[in-house]
Write a protein that binds this ligand. Sequence first.
Ligand code: CUA
Length: 361
Amino acid sequence: MAIAVALFVIVIGSVLFHVFTPWWLTPLASNWGQMDHTLTITVVICGLFFVAINLFVVYVLWRYRHREGQRAAYEPEHRSLERWLIGVTTVGIVALLAPGLVVYADYVRPPSGAMELEVVGQQWQWRFRMPGADGKLGGSDARFVKAGNPLGLDPADAAGQDDVIVTGSEVHVPLNRPIKMILRSHDVLHDFFVPNFRARMNIVPGMVSGFWFTPTVVGRFESMCAQLCGVGHPNMRGAVVVEDPATYAKWLAQQPTFAQMQVPAARGSGVGDGQALAQAKGCLACHSVDGSRSVGPTWKGLMGKTETFEDGTTAVVDEGYLRRFIREPKPIKGFPPVMPKMEISDEELAALVAYIRAQSS
Ligand code: CUA
């Protein structure tokens, strides 16, 4: 009897929790209201089954409770009941799956005329690319990846020269324009996810995946990586800023094109350049500048410290050490050995070192 009462309380509690929970969907900011409908259908169907099955168990526990002199009847087959159960379950499963299939078919088929936006995931940062004035994205290949060409654009492809490159984790998009997302990964499995858009997709290395959406609300919406991709995974956050077309055009005009990025002199070697670089190269995903512990050592007060390596040797951090280490990292004791070799030019290296030095003074 106690179990029957407990189950009854669990059923009532679950329904009340669902009605009053603060953990429900974030406000919708895209065209994908259908995603919410499929979610509601799933919750309603699963909820009905959950309530019905548990209440049935409560009823059976009470109806067939132990009584003196009463024995259980043996009834191994009940054809009509089995048919009913199979029928109801089939209808339930179809109702769970079919709406999702319809929405997904639409979700991966962008309308013609959609604006292209490429997202490239890399441990542990995001980069973006959109077509320039010619409206076409240039070709890309992993073998072209190097300093100044982190997305591996084909330098010989004329269509790629005016492509706009965004090397931070924040990207802007115009309001009410369908956007065709093109997703690539540099290394491992990532997943680009913007909860307010109800849009996400796995990014599989060696594959190009995609989906589309139309932003319908102006604002700044958090984006994140939704596949565990290593120790820096929680740092793979960013934002999609939705703004009216005029503001968007202004922002777009400030972003460098691929051709502009190929001019080495465009970048200085001062502290400010170093900060921008640290941001763009994803260093700050793993190294804090406020002394807090992250994936790698903090840069605050790093200069002059003595680092101990995994192999037991030590070194004092000075400029020479930083220059060598950034190009040829060595596992440091107490930290995961995940620092990638940086593809970085001499000017960039000088700027980075200047920035790290500035965090120690
Ligand atoms: Cu990328 Cu998690």
